[in-house]
Design a protein around this ligand. Sequence first.
Ligand code: SF4
Length: 328
Amino acid sequence: MTKKGRVFSGIRPTGRAHLGNYLGAIKNYVRLQDDYDCVYCIVDIHALTTVEDTVNLRMNTFEVALDLLAAGIRPEETILFIQSHVPQVMELHTLLSMVTPLGKLTDLPTFKDMVRQHPNNVNYGLVGYPVLMAADIVLYKSDFVPVGIDQAPHIEFTREVVRSFNYRYNCSVLIEAGMKNTEIPKVLGIDGREKMSKSLDNHIELALTPEQTRQRVMMMVTDPQRIRRNDPGNPDVCNVFSMHKVFTPQADVDMVNVECRRAGIGCVDCKKLFAENLNKSLEPLRARRIELAARPDQVYAVLADGANRARVIAESTMQEVRAAVQLP
Ligand code: SF4
């Protein structure tokens, strides 16, 4: 089947994925493979801008690869690789940095957020983060980048860099990637308040055992107004119910929706039901993950093959870029 173009996305090597990563990105990555040529890159260089201690970087990169492959990334068609294995991206980053005004980078809201989050580590790489991201996208001549609406400014920035480069060197070597707007659901953590994240320890990892999953689910905050078992609840404000809607068969979702409101079901039973459905739904992914984890050589071979294929595209782009810049 002819695909509709090339999609690129970078994934930070943050270790084992959680439900927020899965529902917010990974499921979409898997789906996109049906219609697009996909290039998925585990961005280890990006991670260095904020990670000072790299002792877990290799392991975290491997864990991300495991989750992606277990979730259904098909490496025979999709290019899955580690960013630093294609060094051309660093070269392109340097060249793009020459056409990017510094003020533009320091004005970006994302840079200001990063400075707030990492006040003691405002490094040069952090300022250039969006330029490296632009290099990632344009190096592979990507047609689309799947992003949530909040990330749209990043893609617009990339498009501006492309225009500046093509204008400066009077060429049309780099192409402007379009946005593939994706509905990225905001998955709340088990605290029911903040977005699910590892740093807040409010997450549920995909790779937990069923029993560990149950324990995390039982910690989930429910409707805060429902104090006693006999109090009627309101599923519309309950994070457990939002998750039921994703993982529980519709008949049970409807049952919870009715029974919660008239205190016919208690939160403990409701969470047990959710944990059961969540475990059932993640069972195939977990089985594949265990299989892959037992054969790390095979996973590294997939990443090496992905890097080889990515390097071919990258080198071809760089030959055009070097010629356009008239590097001697
Ligand atoms: S019964 Fe379920 S949906 Fe209702 S408040 Fe409790 S956990 Fe939430």
